[in-house]
Design a protein around this ligand. Structure first.
Ligand code: XMP
Length: 514
């Protein structure tokens, strides 16, 4: 098994997952931990290196996120990024103050190529900056290895102690040679070997699962999305007939999706998953009646899911393990990994309620980012069409209908979404946009149809491009395509008389509506 590891210590900055992804892209495994993590625990993990992320605080302010001096005395290389860099200086005796000139955006940095961090980097290199404070004076022992017009210590090192600090964000793609810099840290400074490979991951995990499961029975929650499909196929390769996959049609799927999932994973498809489809639409609608609050809706859908599984498990006899397709961003966004605020409770993460009597949960993808899951999927021979499928949230259309969910509203959003997807595909844009879907707003407004006044709902069209789903930009859809979609929706979907095009970015909006 791969044991080489980098720790990313999270100070609550917005690019923290990007840091971890960049490290993994360099074939080095890493995990994100909160800055509150016990030093002993960090020591016990014996990482090859530590990266301190950015964060929103001022390191000299009272109550600011901090770390102990000992972190820098363990003989483990440390790279501080932005806040992490300032904190390193602050803790080790340098001076960090409010910068006379706040730097934001792409800034040219003059780097000293005699540093191992910048060996193969251009002397003048464009980096992404976003800071109010700056390092006014480096801590004793450090030498400056990077400068900008307004930042006299944009990078610093203490070579003997293997401590490195950069004011900019190498993890952001706008930093033109950012990956090179991270690569240098990992390979030239931490002496990593680069053992994190996806094919090894699949092979090793399948073997480990086989060992863990033994002769136990396994139940898998299959949604037809990329994550659970990859998890299911992994399990099927590991334990074959011992696996049963349950697909819950909660009535919040896209139009015809239930049948499509059954086609691929059911008994007539190419896999042997002991596929069971549960048509539980009515149960979900019943429990969602009158519920408007988004978090409550998510919780209800999540709980109901678990109950359905429990019932299925009873029907098929004792079950030892439950498989879930949780991936790493779910873990971090649910507040279990790093320091990021809990944004949404993803229903597939966290502890199970007491009444569930599975022995254990298996989450084979818990440490992977989405693009890594896709690579594993391809590795396992899952068709590209499935592997590159659009992400669809576990709570489904339940979080794309603002306010109360009713079967009628589900129909509206299903029809509108189907039209939208059809027209996007017809325009040849389906592979070019990261994620796009229709949502149903809770707004009703007056319109006119024929000679009659209407008082109907408004559909919102969402289309975003994103690399990591943590940030997203609006995708620009040509006006004629949008016009066609809008006109088809108001004409073909009953009770809808307006169509909006959502051009908000994430942040501050999220991709989904709830
Ligand atoms: P947000 O709305 O948080 O979405 O910007 C980011 C990505 O995550 C998906 N998403 C979910 N996936 N369970 C999931 O499995 C959920 O509860 C959930 N909520 C959001 C969303 O579709 C987008 O791709």
């Amino acid at each position: 098994m791969n044991r080489e590891k980098i720790l990313v210590i999270d100070f609550g900055g917005q690019y923290n997952q990007l840091v971890a992804r960049r490290v993994r892209e360099c074939s080095v495994y890493c995990e994100i931990y909160s800055y509150k993590t016990d030093l002993e625990k960090i020591k016990a993990m014996a990482p090859q290196g530590i990266i301190l992320t950015g964060g929103p605080d001022s390191c000299y302010a009272e109550g600011a996120a901090s770390c102990s001096r000992e972190l820098f005395d363990m003989g483990i290389p440390v790279l501080g990024l932005c806040y992490g860099a300032q904190l390193m200086m602050h803790v080790l005796g340098g001076r960090v103050t409010k910068a006379p000139v706040r730097e934001y955006g792409k800034i040219e940095v003059d780097v000293d190529r005699s540093s191992r961090l910048f060996g193969n980097v251009s002397e003048k290199t464009v980096c992404w900056m976003s800071h109010n404070d700056y390092i006014e004076k480096t801590a004793p022992g450090f030498r400056v290895i990077g400068r900008t017009a307004d930042c006299p210590a944009a990078a610093a090192e203490w070579e003997e102690k293997q401590l490195y600090a950069v004011q900019f964000h190498p993890e952001v793609l706008h930093t033109q040679e950012g990956t090179k810099i991270i690569h240098n840290f990992l390979y030239e400074i931490c002496r990593c070997q680069g053992t994190w490979k996806m094919d090894a991951f699949a092979e090793n995990s399948i073997e480990a699962i086989r060992e863990k499961v033994g002769s136990g029975k396994v139940l898998c929650a299959l949604s037809g999305g990329v994550d659970s499909s990859v998890a299911a196929v992994m399990l099927s390769k590991a334990v074959g007939e011992q696996l049963t996959c349950v697909f819950v049609d909660h009535g919040l799927l896209r139009k015809d999706e239930g049948d499509q999932v059954e086609e691929v994973f059911g008994p007539n498809g190419p896999y042997n998953l002991n596929f069971i489809r549960v048509n539980a639409q009515e149960r979900f609608y019943e429990r969602l009646k009158g519920v408007e609050e988004p978090e409550q809706k998510r919780k209800i859908i999540g709980e109901e899911f678990i109950r359905v599984f429990e019932e299925e498990a009873k029907k098929i006899g004792a079950v030892d393990f439950l498989v879930q397709g949780t991936i790493y961003p779910d873990v971090v966004e649910s507040g279990l990994g790093g320091e990021s605020a809990v944004i949404k409770s993803h229903h597939n993460v966290g502890g199970l309620p007491d009444y569930v009597d599975f022995k254990e949960i298996i989450e084979p993808l818990r440490n992977l980012f989405k693009d890594e899951v896709r690579r594993v999927g391809l590795e396992l021979g899952i068709p590209e069409k499935l592997v590159y499928r659009q992400p669809f949230p576990g709570p489904g259309l339940g979080i794309r209908i603002i306010g109360e969910v009713t079967p009628e509203k589900v129909m509206m959003v299903q029809e509108a979404d189907a039209i939208y997807r059809e027209e996007i595909a017809r325009a040849g844009l389906d592979r070019k946009i990261g994620q796009y879907f229709a949502a149903l707003t809770n707004m009703r407004s007056v319109g006119v149809m024929g000679d009659e006044r209407t008082y109907d709902y408004a559909v919102a069209l969402r289309a975003v491009n994103t690399i990591d789903f943590m940030t997203a930009e609006t995708a620009e859809i040509p006006w004629d395509v949008l016009g066609k979609v809008a006109s088809r929706i108001v004409n073909e979907v009953r009770n809808v008389n307006r169509v909006f095009y959502d051009i908000s970015q994430k942040p501050p909006a999220t991709i989904e509506f709830e």
